[in-house]
Design a protein around this ligand. Structure first.
Ligand SMILES: [Mg+2]
Length: 305
């Protein structure tokens, strides 16, 4: 799915302060253009940060119990939370304090009593930067031609799901899909048509994978890869067959193909039961081997474990 086309929801803002009156003032400032959440101590702030993944936290420095500095430190140390932007809110200007805050990873400071205009501008600037960072990241993980995930995203998802499936004692399946005689297609129809063909196949793969945990990616050239966490061999074969049929149903003419008069694919499937000690690359190697077999046996077919 091309995530950049989705309408963006309101940014999430978490306001942390031990004084409810301060939270109320900030809430009033942002309730129209942010989803505003509140916490009155450090533990609550961390719990809400984990549950909500806010874009930005307005974080009081001085609080009883866990200080704002400690909250910031913990957020920056957690890979899942580290991207959240943090603006410290302090009672008075103190240079050493601000230096410490920036060293801990804060992006800005606001002083109490908060000035509405300054606070709004600073928060909006940081939200804009956060949005741009998020967009850049999603572009970096997207294939430029087809708009589906790229190989980098696939490899990241593979490693993550390998560990998750090992923990849950679930199988992990994948398949490699290769467009048959694609070089001949390009030679015959031209590169523009070749690109169109790849785009249609990518869209078909993307729409055929219906579970949110499944991932379809362009692996490179005319090769695509699909990852199906928690899916056994039989389930993977079922999905592979559905994809093969959906691509055939596109009925893209291919006069230069040696196996059919339309575009077809070869698919290599593999399923493994991951363990934390084993290497996720095994799954790719095995799928590759089956893809090789499928091509060697005449293409336009599925080969599996
Ligand atoms: Mg305070």
């Amino acid at each position: 799915m091309n995530t950049t086309d989705k309408p963006r929801s309101l940014p999430k803002l978490l306001i942390v302060d031990d004084q409810p009156i301060n939270i109320r003032v900030a809430h009033e400032l942002f309730r129209h253009d942010c989803e505003v959440y509140m916490a009155t101590n450090g533990e609550q702030a961390l719990a809400k940060a984990r549950a909500l993944l806010p874009d930005l936290i307005l974080l009081d420095v001085v609080m009883p119990g866990m200080s704002g500095h400690e909250v910031c430190q913990r957020i920056k140390a957690d890979p899942l939370l580290a991207d959240i932007a943090i603006i410290f809110v302090t009672a008075h200007y103190d240079e050493a304090d601000e230096v410490r805050g920036f060293e801990l990873g804060a992006v800005d400071f606001i002083h109490k009593p908060i000035n509405p205009t300054i606070t709004r501008v600073r928060v909006h600037n940081q939200l804009l930067l956060k949005q741009q960072r998020d967009q850049l990241r999603s572009i970096a993980l997207m294939d430029g031609l087809t708009g589906i995930a790229n190989r980098r995203k696939f490899e990241t998802a593979l490693n993550r799901n390998w560990l998750q499936c090992a923990r849950d004692r679930k199988p992990l399946s994948m398949f490699m899909i290769d467009v048959d005689y694609f070089k001949k297609y390009n030679d015959h129809y031209g590169h523009q048509e070749g690109d169109n063909c790849l785009k249609q196949i990518a869209q078909t793969i993307d729409t055929t994978l219906v579970r949110p945990s499944d991932l379809g990616a362009r692996f490179g050239g005319e090769e695509f890869a699909c990852l199906l966490p928690g899916t056994d061999r039989q389930g993977a074969l079922y999905v592979a067959a559905k994809i093969e049929q959906a691509i055939r149903a596109l009925a893209i003419p291919h006069q230069a193909s040696d196996v059919a008069n339309q575009v077809t694919v070869s698919i290599g499937c593999s399923t493994l039961s991951p363990t934390p000690q084993s290497d996720a690359q095994q799954l790719i190697a095995q799928a590759d081997e089956h893809l090789y077999n499928a091509k060697n046996n005449g293409r336009n077919q599925i080969s599996a474990d």
